[in-house]
Design a protein around this ligand. Structure first.
Ligand code: NZQ
Ligand code: ZN
Length: 405
Protein backbone atom coordinates (compact mmCIF):
# COMPACT_ATOMS: atom_id res chain seq x y z
CA UNK A 1 0.00 0.00 0.00
CA UNK A 2 1.22 3.47 -0.82
CA UNK A 3 2.25 5.48 2.27
CA UNK A 4 0.49 8.80 2.58
CA UNK A 5 0.24 12.09 4.44
CA UNK A 6 -3.27 13.45 4.72
CA UNK A 7 -3.30 17.22 5.24
CA UNK A 8 -6.61 19.08 5.13
CA UNK A 9 -6.21 22.10 7.43
CA UNK A 10 -9.13 24.20 6.15
CA UNK A 11 -11.78 25.06 8.76
CA UNK A 12 -15.13 24.29 7.16
CA UNK A 13 -18.00 26.46 8.38
CA UNK A 14 -21.13 24.97 6.86
CA UNK A 15 -24.77 25.98 6.95
CA UNK A 16 -27.38 28.68 6.57
CA UNK A 17 -25.88 31.05 9.13
CA UNK A 18 -22.25 30.36 8.34
CA UNK A 19 -21.61 33.78 6.75
CA UNK A 20 -22.22 35.52 10.07
CA UNK A 21 -18.86 34.25 11.31
CA UNK A 22 -16.83 35.87 8.56
CA UNK A 23 -15.25 38.76 10.50
CA UNK A 24 -14.40 36.57 13.49
CA UNK A 25 -12.80 33.98 11.22
CA UNK A 26 -10.69 36.54 9.38
CA UNK A 27 -9.38 37.82 12.72
CA UNK A 28 -8.83 34.29 14.03
CA UNK A 29 -6.50 33.62 11.11
CA UNK A 30 -4.59 36.87 11.49
CA UNK A 31 -6.22 39.13 8.92
CA UNK A 32 -6.09 42.83 9.71
CA UNK A 33 -6.79 44.25 6.24
CA UNK A 34 -8.57 42.20 3.63
CA UNK A 35 -8.80 42.02 -0.13
CA UNK A 36 -12.37 40.94 -0.95
CA UNK A 37 -11.96 39.25 -4.32
CA UNK A 38 -14.96 38.29 -6.47
CA UNK A 39 -16.08 37.45 -9.98
CA UNK A 40 -18.69 38.85 -12.35
CA UNK A 41 -22.16 39.82 -11.21
CA UNK A 42 -23.52 36.78 -9.38
CA UNK A 43 -22.30 37.74 -5.89
CA UNK A 44 -23.41 41.34 -6.47
CA UNK A 45 -26.87 40.37 -7.74
CA UNK A 46 -27.54 37.97 -4.89
CA UNK A 47 -26.58 40.54 -2.27
CA UNK A 48 -23.85 38.24 -0.91
CA UNK A 49 -21.04 40.68 -1.58
CA UNK A 50 -22.82 43.50 0.24
CA UNK A 51 -23.62 41.16 3.12
CA UNK A 52 -20.00 40.05 3.51
CA UNK A 53 -18.70 43.62 3.28
CA UNK A 54 -21.29 44.73 5.84
CA UNK A 55 -20.25 41.97 8.23
CA UNK A 56 -16.56 42.89 7.87
CA UNK A 57 -17.47 46.54 8.56
CA UNK A 58 -19.45 45.57 11.65
CA UNK A 59 -16.59 43.40 12.85
CA UNK A 60 -14.11 46.26 12.42
CA UNK A 61 -12.13 44.59 9.64
CA UNK A 62 -10.99 47.07 6.95
CA UNK A 63 -11.08 45.84 3.36
CA UNK A 64 -10.72 46.78 -0.30
CA UNK A 65 -12.56 45.09 -3.16
CA UNK A 66 -11.39 43.67 -6.45
CA UNK A 67 -13.95 42.06 -8.76
CA UNK A 68 -13.89 40.92 -12.36
CA UNK A 69 -12.54 37.37 -12.08
CA UNK A 70 -13.81 35.35 -15.06
CA UNK A 71 -14.09 31.56 -15.38
CA UNK A 72 -10.64 30.24 -16.34
CA UNK A 73 -9.17 33.13 -14.31
CA UNK A 74 -6.67 35.37 -16.01
CA UNK A 75 -3.11 36.17 -15.01
CA UNK A 76 -3.54 39.87 -15.86
CA UNK A 77 -6.17 40.40 -13.14
CA UNK A 78 -4.05 38.49 -10.62
CA UNK A 79 -1.15 40.82 -11.44
CA UNK A 80 -3.46 43.79 -10.85
CA UNK A 81 -4.43 42.22 -7.51
CA UNK A 82 -0.79 41.81 -6.50
CA UNK A 83 -0.12 45.51 -7.09
CA UNK A 84 -3.29 46.48 -5.23
CA UNK A 85 -2.41 44.34 -2.20
CA UNK A 86 1.09 45.82 -2.00
CA UNK A 87 -0.24 49.37 -2.33
CA UNK A 88 -2.92 48.83 0.33
CA UNK A 89 -0.90 46.73 2.79
CA UNK A 90 -3.34 43.83 2.51
CA UNK A 91 -2.52 40.81 4.68
CA UNK A 92 -5.48 38.47 3.98
CA UNK A 93 -7.43 37.54 0.85
CA UNK A 94 -11.08 36.55 1.02
CA UNK A 95 -12.46 35.00 -2.16
CA UNK A 96 -16.23 35.36 -2.57
CA UNK A 97 -17.11 33.01 -5.42
CA UNK A 98 -16.10 29.71 -6.96
CA UNK A 99 -12.97 27.96 -8.09
CA UNK A 100 -11.97 30.74 -10.45
CA UNK A 101 -12.10 33.43 -7.76
CA UNK A 102 -10.33 31.24 -5.20
CA UNK A 103 -7.60 30.30 -7.68
CA UNK A 104 -7.09 33.95 -8.61
CA UNK A 105 -6.88 34.75 -4.87
CA UNK A 106 -4.22 32.07 -4.38
CA UNK A 107 -2.21 33.44 -7.31
CA UNK A 108 -2.34 36.96 -5.85
CA UNK A 109 -1.41 35.61 -2.42
CA UNK A 110 1.72 33.97 -3.83
CA UNK A 111 2.65 36.99 -5.92
CA UNK A 112 2.49 39.51 -3.10
CA UNK A 113 5.17 37.62 -1.17
CA UNK A 114 7.42 36.84 -4.16
CA UNK A 115 10.34 38.82 -5.54
CA UNK A 116 9.95 37.64 -9.14
CA UNK A 117 7.07 37.03 -11.52
CA UNK A 118 4.28 34.86 -10.11
CA UNK A 119 3.78 33.15 -13.50
CA UNK A 120 7.21 31.53 -13.07
CA UNK A 121 5.66 29.40 -10.30
CA UNK A 122 3.10 28.02 -12.75
CA UNK A 123 5.80 27.50 -15.37
CA UNK A 124 7.81 25.52 -12.83
CA UNK A 125 10.68 28.00 -13.14
CA UNK A 126 10.56 29.54 -9.65
CA UNK A 127 11.45 27.89 -6.36
CA UNK A 128 8.55 26.91 -4.11
CA UNK A 129 7.67 29.96 -1.99
CA UNK A 130 8.46 29.96 1.73
CA UNK A 131 5.39 32.02 2.52
CA UNK A 132 2.25 33.56 1.04
CA UNK A 133 -0.69 35.62 2.21
CA UNK A 134 -3.46 33.60 3.87
CA UNK A 135 -6.49 32.88 1.67
CA UNK A 136 -10.04 31.91 2.63
CA UNK A 137 -13.35 31.68 0.81
CA UNK A 138 -17.07 32.22 0.90
CA UNK A 139 -17.99 29.55 -1.61
CA UNK A 140 -20.81 30.13 -4.10
CA UNK A 141 -20.43 27.17 -6.47
CA UNK A 142 -19.48 23.63 -5.49
CA UNK A 143 -17.24 22.29 -8.27
CA UNK A 144 -13.49 22.86 -8.34
CA UNK A 145 -12.85 22.02 -4.69
CA UNK A 146 -10.32 24.84 -4.47
CA UNK A 147 -11.85 25.85 -1.11
CA UNK A 148 -9.87 23.01 0.50
CA UNK A 149 -7.31 22.09 -2.16
CA UNK A 150 -3.64 22.97 -2.56
CA UNK A 151 -4.05 23.78 -6.25
CA UNK A 152 -4.66 26.89 -8.31
CA UNK A 153 -5.13 26.99 -12.06
CA UNK A 154 -4.47 30.21 -13.98
CA UNK A 155 -4.77 31.15 -17.65
CA UNK A 156 -2.16 33.39 -19.22
CA UNK A 157 -3.94 35.24 -22.03
CA UNK A 158 -0.66 35.50 -23.90
CA UNK A 159 -0.73 32.17 -25.73
CA UNK A 160 -3.91 30.90 -24.03
CA UNK A 161 -1.83 28.79 -21.69
CA UNK A 162 -3.67 27.31 -18.69
CA UNK A 163 -1.40 25.95 -15.97
CA UNK A 164 -1.82 24.71 -12.42
CA UNK A 165 0.46 25.13 -9.45
CA UNK A 166 0.12 23.13 -6.23
CA UNK A 167 1.50 23.91 -2.80
CA UNK A 168 0.11 22.98 0.63
CA UNK A 169 0.73 26.57 1.77
CA UNK A 170 -2.21 27.65 -0.35
CA UNK A 171 -4.81 25.47 1.33
CA UNK A 172 -7.39 28.02 2.47
CA UNK A 173 -7.66 28.89 6.15
CA UNK A 174 -11.42 28.58 6.19
CA UNK A 175 -14.31 27.91 3.82
CA UNK A 176 -17.74 29.34 4.49
CA UNK A 177 -20.34 27.18 2.76
CA UNK A 178 -24.00 28.09 2.73
CA UNK A 179 -25.90 25.75 0.40
CA UNK A 180 -28.64 28.38 0.05
CA UNK A 181 -26.15 30.53 -1.92
CA UNK A 182 -26.06 27.88 -4.63
CA UNK A 183 -29.83 28.08 -5.37
CA UNK A 184 -29.13 30.71 -8.05
CA UNK A 185 -26.70 28.53 -10.03
CA UNK A 186 -27.81 28.01 -13.63
CA UNK A 187 -28.44 24.33 -14.55
CA UNK A 188 -25.36 24.20 -16.77
CA UNK A 189 -23.04 25.40 -13.99
CA UNK A 190 -24.72 23.06 -11.50
CA UNK A 191 -24.18 20.08 -13.82
CA UNK A 192 -20.63 21.10 -14.78
CA UNK A 193 -19.79 21.47 -11.10
CA UNK A 194 -21.05 17.98 -10.28
CA UNK A 195 -19.17 16.61 -13.30
CA UNK A 196 -15.97 18.23 -12.04
CA UNK A 197 -16.28 16.90 -8.48
CA UNK A 198 -17.13 13.42 -9.76
CA UNK A 199 -14.08 13.59 -11.99
CA UNK A 200 -11.89 14.63 -9.03
CA UNK A 201 -13.04 11.40 -7.43
CA UNK A 202 -12.60 9.33 -10.60
CA UNK A 203 -9.08 10.64 -11.22
CA UNK A 204 -8.24 8.87 -7.94
CA UNK A 205 -10.60 5.90 -8.32
CA UNK A 206 -9.00 4.75 -11.58
CA UNK A 207 -5.76 3.55 -10.04
CA UNK A 208 -3.63 0.44 -10.41
CA UNK A 209 -3.42 0.17 -6.59
CA UNK A 210 -6.13 -1.93 -5.07
CA UNK A 211 -5.21 -2.40 -1.44
CA UNK A 212 -6.73 0.72 0.17
CA UNK A 213 -10.29 -0.60 0.12
CA UNK A 214 -11.71 2.14 2.33
CA UNK A 215 -10.55 4.81 -0.12
CA UNK A 216 -12.35 3.00 -2.93
CA UNK A 217 -15.51 2.61 -0.80
CA UNK A 218 -15.50 6.32 0.03
CA UNK A 219 -15.01 7.25 -3.62
CA UNK A 220 -17.98 5.10 -4.66
CA UNK A 221 -20.15 6.67 -1.98
CA UNK A 222 -19.25 10.18 -3.20
CA UNK A 223 -19.89 9.24 -6.85
CA UNK A 224 -23.24 7.58 -6.17
CA UNK A 225 -24.47 10.40 -3.94
CA UNK A 226 -23.47 13.15 -6.42
CA UNK A 227 -25.00 11.24 -9.31
CA UNK A 228 -28.34 11.05 -7.50
CA UNK A 229 -28.38 14.53 -5.96
CA UNK A 230 -27.75 16.37 -9.22
CA UNK A 231 -31.11 15.28 -10.66
CA UNK A 232 -32.92 16.54 -7.56
CA UNK A 233 -31.37 20.00 -7.76
CA UNK A 234 -31.85 20.27 -11.52
CA UNK A 235 -35.55 19.56 -10.89
CA UNK A 236 -35.78 21.78 -7.85
CA UNK A 237 -32.90 24.30 -7.61
CA UNK A 238 -34.03 25.29 -4.10
CA UNK A 239 -33.72 21.79 -2.62
CA UNK A 240 -31.53 22.72 0.36
CA UNK A 241 -30.89 19.15 1.43
CA UNK A 242 -29.56 18.05 -1.96
CA UNK A 243 -27.67 21.32 -2.54
CA UNK A 244 -25.97 20.59 0.79
CA UNK A 245 -24.96 17.08 -0.29
CA UNK A 246 -23.40 18.53 -3.44
CA UNK A 247 -21.66 21.37 -1.65
CA UNK A 248 -19.99 19.07 0.86
CA UNK A 249 -19.34 16.50 -1.86
CA UNK A 250 -17.34 19.04 -3.86
CA UNK A 251 -14.97 19.58 -0.96
CA UNK A 252 -14.62 15.90 -0.04
CA UNK A 253 -13.92 15.08 -3.67
CA UNK A 254 -10.84 17.29 -3.75
CA UNK A 255 -9.48 17.58 -0.21
CA UNK A 256 -7.43 14.40 -0.59
CA UNK A 257 -9.73 12.04 1.31
CA UNK A 258 -10.54 9.92 -1.75
CA UNK A 259 -6.85 9.72 -2.66
CA UNK A 260 -5.31 8.26 0.49
CA UNK A 261 -3.08 5.25 -0.17
CA UNK A 262 -3.34 5.25 -3.95
CA UNK A 263 -1.52 6.75 -6.97
CA UNK A 264 -3.88 9.19 -8.66
CA UNK A 265 -4.18 9.76 -12.39
CA UNK A 266 -5.25 13.28 -13.54
CA UNK A 267 -4.87 12.57 -17.26
CA UNK A 268 -8.43 13.66 -18.06
CA UNK A 269 -7.80 16.93 -16.22
CA UNK A 270 -4.59 17.63 -18.10
CA UNK A 271 -6.22 16.83 -21.42
CA UNK A 272 -9.12 19.11 -20.48
CA UNK A 273 -7.03 22.06 -19.38
CA UNK A 274 -5.89 22.46 -22.98
CA UNK A 275 -9.53 22.61 -24.06
CA UNK A 276 -10.53 25.29 -21.58
CA UNK A 277 -7.24 27.11 -22.24
CA UNK A 278 -7.87 27.18 -26.00
CA UNK A 279 -11.66 27.52 -26.19
CA UNK A 280 -12.50 29.17 -22.84
CA UNK A 281 -15.15 26.52 -22.12
CA UNK A 282 -16.47 25.50 -18.69
CA UNK A 283 -13.96 23.13 -17.09
CA UNK A 284 -16.52 20.52 -15.94
CA UNK A 285 -18.11 20.35 -19.40
CA UNK A 286 -14.66 19.92 -20.94
CA UNK A 287 -14.02 16.94 -18.66
CA UNK A 288 -17.25 15.27 -19.79
CA UNK A 289 -16.21 15.80 -23.42
CA UNK A 290 -12.90 13.98 -22.89
CA UNK A 291 -13.53 11.26 -20.29
CA UNK A 292 -15.44 8.68 -22.41
CA UNK A 293 -12.65 8.71 -25.01
CA UNK A 294 -9.95 8.50 -22.34
CA UNK A 295 -11.80 5.55 -20.78
CA UNK A 296 -12.23 3.63 -24.05
CA UNK A 297 -8.62 4.28 -25.04
CA UNK A 298 -7.22 3.11 -21.72
CA UNK A 299 -9.55 0.11 -21.47
CA UNK A 300 -8.57 -1.17 -24.92
CA UNK A 301 -4.83 -0.61 -24.44
CA UNK A 302 -2.79 -3.81 -24.35
CA UNK A 303 0.70 -2.31 -24.69
CA UNK A 304 1.48 -2.46 -20.95
CA UNK A 305 1.00 -6.24 -20.75
CA UNK A 306 -1.81 -8.60 -19.74
CA UNK A 307 -1.48 -8.13 -15.96
CA UNK A 308 -1.95 -4.36 -16.14
CA UNK A 309 -4.75 -4.73 -18.65
CA UNK A 310 -6.53 -7.12 -16.28
CA UNK A 311 -6.15 -4.70 -13.37
CA UNK A 312 -7.55 -1.86 -15.46
CA UNK A 313 -10.41 -4.03 -16.70
CA UNK A 314 -11.41 -5.05 -13.19
CA UNK A 315 -11.49 -1.39 -12.12
CA UNK A 316 -13.72 -0.45 -15.04
CA UNK A 317 -16.00 -3.40 -14.22
CA UNK A 318 -16.20 -2.33 -10.59
CA UNK A 319 -17.03 1.23 -11.68
CA UNK A 320 -19.74 -0.05 -14.04
CA UNK A 321 -21.35 -2.25 -11.39
CA UNK A 322 -20.90 -0.27 -8.17
CA UNK A 323 -21.28 3.27 -9.53
CA UNK A 324 -23.28 3.04 -12.76
CA UNK A 325 -25.57 0.16 -11.72
CA UNK A 326 -24.69 -2.02 -14.71
CA UNK A 327 -25.50 -5.74 -14.13
CA UNK A 328 -22.27 -7.73 -13.87
CA UNK A 329 -21.94 -10.13 -16.79
CA UNK A 330 -19.24 -12.44 -15.40
CA UNK A 331 -18.87 -14.12 -18.79
CA UNK A 332 -18.09 -10.81 -20.48
CA UNK A 333 -16.13 -8.40 -18.26
CA UNK A 334 -15.15 -6.23 -21.21
CA UNK A 335 -18.80 -5.87 -22.18
CA UNK A 336 -19.68 -4.90 -18.60
CA UNK A 337 -16.89 -2.30 -18.57
CA UNK A 338 -18.01 -0.86 -21.92
CA UNK A 339 -21.58 -0.61 -20.61
CA UNK A 340 -20.28 1.40 -17.66
CA UNK A 341 -18.74 3.95 -20.01
CA UNK A 342 -21.93 4.09 -22.06
CA UNK A 343 -23.96 4.60 -18.87
CA UNK A 344 -21.69 7.50 -17.93
CA UNK A 345 -22.31 9.06 -21.35
CA UNK A 346 -26.07 8.73 -20.85
CA UNK A 347 -25.68 10.35 -17.43
CA UNK A 348 -23.73 13.27 -18.94
CA UNK A 349 -26.39 13.81 -21.58
CA UNK A 350 -29.17 13.55 -19.00
CA UNK A 351 -27.67 16.43 -17.00
CA UNK A 352 -26.90 18.55 -20.08
CA UNK A 353 -23.20 17.84 -20.46
CA UNK A 354 -21.41 17.07 -23.75
CA UNK A 355 -19.72 13.74 -24.43
CA UNK A 356 -17.32 14.91 -27.13
CA UNK A 357 -15.51 18.03 -28.31
CA UNK A 358 -17.97 18.82 -31.09
CA UNK A 359 -20.81 18.98 -28.59
CA UNK A 360 -18.61 21.05 -26.29
CA UNK A 361 -17.48 23.77 -28.71
CA UNK A 362 -20.35 23.56 -31.22
CA UNK A 363 -18.21 22.78 -34.26
CA UNK A 364 -15.63 20.32 -35.56
CA UNK A 365 -12.22 20.71 -34.02
CA UNK A 366 -9.46 21.01 -36.64
CA UNK A 367 -6.37 18.82 -36.99
CA UNK A 368 -4.21 21.88 -36.27
CA UNK A 369 -6.07 22.52 -33.02
CA UNK A 370 -5.63 18.89 -31.96
CA UNK A 371 -1.91 19.09 -32.70
CA UNK A 372 -1.61 22.36 -30.76
CA UNK A 373 -3.40 20.90 -27.73
CA UNK A 374 -1.18 17.83 -27.90
CA UNK A 375 1.92 20.02 -28.02
CA UNK A 376 0.79 22.00 -24.99
CA UNK A 377 -0.45 19.00 -23.00
CA UNK A 378 2.86 17.20 -23.54
CA UNK A 379 4.83 20.38 -22.72
CA UNK A 380 6.41 20.45 -26.18
CA UNK A 381 6.60 16.64 -26.34
CA UNK A 382 8.69 16.37 -23.17
CA UNK A 383 6.09 15.29 -20.59
CA UNK A 384 3.64 12.45 -20.02
CA UNK A 385 0.42 12.55 -18.05
CA UNK A 386 -1.58 10.00 -16.10
CA UNK A 387 -0.64 7.03 -13.92
CA UNK A 388 -3.42 4.47 -14.46
CA UNK A 389 -2.16 4.61 -18.05
CA UNK A 390 0.87 6.83 -18.67
CA UNK A 391 0.01 8.86 -21.76
CA UNK A 392 2.70 10.02 -24.16
CA UNK A 393 2.08 12.69 -26.80
CA UNK A 394 0.86 10.07 -29.33
CA UNK A 395 -1.67 8.74 -26.83
CA UNK A 396 -2.89 12.26 -26.05
CA UNK A 397 -3.38 12.99 -29.73
CA UNK A 398 -5.22 9.70 -30.23
CA UNK A 399 -7.60 10.49 -27.36
CA UNK A 400 -8.29 14.00 -28.69
CA UNK A 401 -9.06 12.43 -32.08
CA UNK A 402 -11.41 9.87 -30.52
CA UNK A 403 -13.11 12.71 -28.61
CA UNK A 404 -13.65 14.98 -31.60
CA UNK A 405 -17.22 13.63 -32.12
O1 NZQ B 1 -18.52 35.39 -12.24
P1 NZQ B 1 -19.83 35.20 -11.61
O2 NZQ B 1 -20.84 36.22 -12.01
O3 NZQ B 1 -19.75 35.02 -10.14
O4 NZQ B 1 -20.46 33.83 -12.24
C1 NZQ B 1 -19.93 32.55 -11.99
C2 NZQ B 1 -19.25 31.95 -13.21
O5 NZQ B 1 -19.79 32.48 -14.40
C3 NZQ B 1 -21.07 31.59 -11.77
N1 NZQ B 1 -21.50 31.51 -10.37
C4 NZQ B 1 -20.74 31.20 -9.29
N2 NZQ B 1 -21.49 31.14 -8.20
C5 NZQ B 1 -22.77 31.42 -8.59
C6 NZQ B 1 -22.77 31.66 -9.97
N3 NZQ B 1 -23.89 31.98 -10.65
C7 NZQ B 1 -25.04 32.05 -9.96
N4 NZQ B 1 -25.11 31.80 -8.62
C8 NZQ B 1 -24.01 31.47 -7.91
N5 NZQ B 1 -24.09 31.18 -6.60
O6 NZQ B 1 -20.56 30.32 -12.14
C9 NZQ B 1 -19.62 30.49 -13.17
C10 NZQ B 1 -18.45 29.56 -12.93
O7 NZQ B 1 -17.68 29.97 -11.82
P2 NZQ B 1 -16.21 29.37 -11.58
O8 NZQ B 1 -15.67 29.97 -10.36
O9 NZQ B 1 -15.43 29.52 -12.85
O10 NZQ B 1 -16.54 27.81 -11.40
P3 NZQ B 1 -15.70 26.64 -10.81
O11 NZQ B 1 -15.81 26.60 -9.34
O12 NZQ B 1 -16.13 25.47 -11.59
O13 NZQ B 1 -14.16 26.96 -11.14
C11 NZQ B 1 -13.59 26.62 -12.37
C12 NZQ B 1 -12.11 26.91 -12.36
O14 NZQ B 1 -11.44 26.13 -11.35
C13 NZQ B 1 -10.35 25.42 -11.95
C14 NZQ B 1 -10.85 25.17 -13.35
O15 NZQ B 1 -9.82 24.80 -14.24
C15 NZQ B 1 -11.48 26.51 -13.69
O16 NZQ B 1 -10.50 27.44 -14.07
N6 NZQ B 1 -10.01 24.26 -11.14
C16 NZQ B 1 -9.39 24.47 -9.97
C17 NZQ B 1 -8.99 23.43 -9.13
C18 NZQ B 1 -8.32 23.69 -7.85
N7 NZQ B 1 -7.92 24.92 -7.59
O17 NZQ B 1 -8.11 22.77 -7.03
C19 NZQ B 1 -9.22 22.03 -9.50
C20 NZQ B 1 -10.16 21.84 -10.63
O18 NZQ B 1 -9.89 20.62 -11.27
C21 NZQ B 1 -10.17 22.92 -11.66
O19 NZQ B 1 -9.15 22.71 -12.63
ZN1 ZN C 1 -11.49 19.70 -12.00
Amino acid sequence: MKDFNYYAPTEVVFGERSEEQVAALVKKYGGTKVLVHYGGMSAVRSGLLDKICGLLDEGGVPFVKLGGVVPNPRLSLAREGIELCRREDIDFILAVGGGSVIDSAKCIAYGVCMEGDVWDLYLGKAEAPATMLPVASVLTIPAAGSEMSEASVITNEEGDVKLGYSNNLSRPKFAIMNPRRTFTLPPYQTAAGVTDMMMHTMERYFTLDSDMDLTTDLAEAVLRRMKAAVFDVLKNPEDYRQRAQIMWGGSIAHNGLTGCGIHDDWATHQLEHELSGMFDVTHGAGLAAVWPSWARYVLSDLTDGPAIHATRLSRFVRFAVNVMDVPNDFADPDGTAQKGIEAMERFYHAIGMPINIKELIGRDITDEEIKEMTRKCSRDYTATCGAFKVLKADDMEAIYRMARG
